[in-house]
Write a protein that binds this ligand. Structure first.
Ligand SMILES: *Cc1c(COP(=O)(O)O)cnc(C)c1O
Length: 233
């Protein structure tokens, strides 16, 4: 597909997604400036990141280090990279090389690995969100609600990391409204102890309205912007 055709396609999708975000903010009585759109560019090439950046999108999300590291290196536009996928500790050094925010911290061991990598490899701290398991199912990653307070205290004490809030993916078997309402409760309890941890990363192409209704500050949208995911060429 030609570059102009692709950019027009992404521009049209972006207009539609921004309209959905604006409508959801209006319905919730929220200021649209309080919701940041993260374009999830996984499986799509660096050229799509360039299109998004040219169209005014400043925040990009990736979920695999093997794909994200070379893509981030190939992109020259000044975008912010959000690492949103499950992360193994042996990838911490690579991820801190390009990520501005890691959304998927769900254990102290991972947080420590990131903190150590930051202190060795960069001179600015790494912003982190704790990934919350809404239904307590350990398989998909995420810390269960009853483990959040202790993990938050530990992360806040680590040099190199700044605890910024929570992230979640709505479980398949739960209505997004219910899932994001629970996440909002977790987020409120966290904020009471850590006032700077005020970000809520929630909502994807299919459920961003429900997330915004329940206070999401960051929505992570892939398919609705870039189309059905195909293998990276
Ligand atoms: C892929 C992905 C998204 C984007 O999902 P879409 O349905 O394509 O909008 C959001 N969050 C995470 C953690 C993802 O892995």
């Amino acid at each position: 597909m030609g570059r102009t055709v692709r950019r027009d396609e992404i521009a049209g999708n972006l207009t539609a997604v921004r309209a959905r975000i604006d409508a959801a903010c209006a319905a919730a009585g929220r200021d649209g400036a309080g919701v940041t759109l993260i374009a999830v560019t996984k499986t799509y090439p660096a050229s799509d990141v360039d299109h998004l950046a040219a169209l005014g999108v400043t925040d990009m999300g990736e979920n695999r280090d093997q794909e994200a590291a070379p893509k981030a290196a190939a992109v020259t536009a000044p975008v912010r990279w959000h690492y949103i996928g499950q992360l193994q500790r042996n990838k911490a050094r690579s991820v801190v090389g390009y990520a501005d925010v890691v959304h998927s911290v769900d254990s102290l061991r991972l947080a420590e690995a990131l903190g150590t990598a930051v202190s060795k490899l960069r001179d600015r701290p790494l912003e982190v969100l704790m990934q919350i398991s809404i239904d307590g199912d350990p398989h998909r990653g995420g810390v269960p609600a009853d483990g959040v307070a202790a993990l938050a205290d530990s992360i806040a004490a680590l040099p190199g990391l700044v605890l910024r809030g929570v992230m979640a993916v709505a479980p398949q078997d739960l209505a997004p409204e219910d899932a994001f309402a629970r996440l909002a409760g977790v987020a409120a309890r966290l904020r009471a102890e850590h006032p700077g941890a005020d970000l809520i990363s929630a909502g994807m192409s299919g459920d961003l309205e429900a997330a915004i209704a329940h206070g999401a500050t960051h929505v992570r949208v892939g398919g609705a912007l870039l189309g059905m995911r195909a293998p990276l060429r």
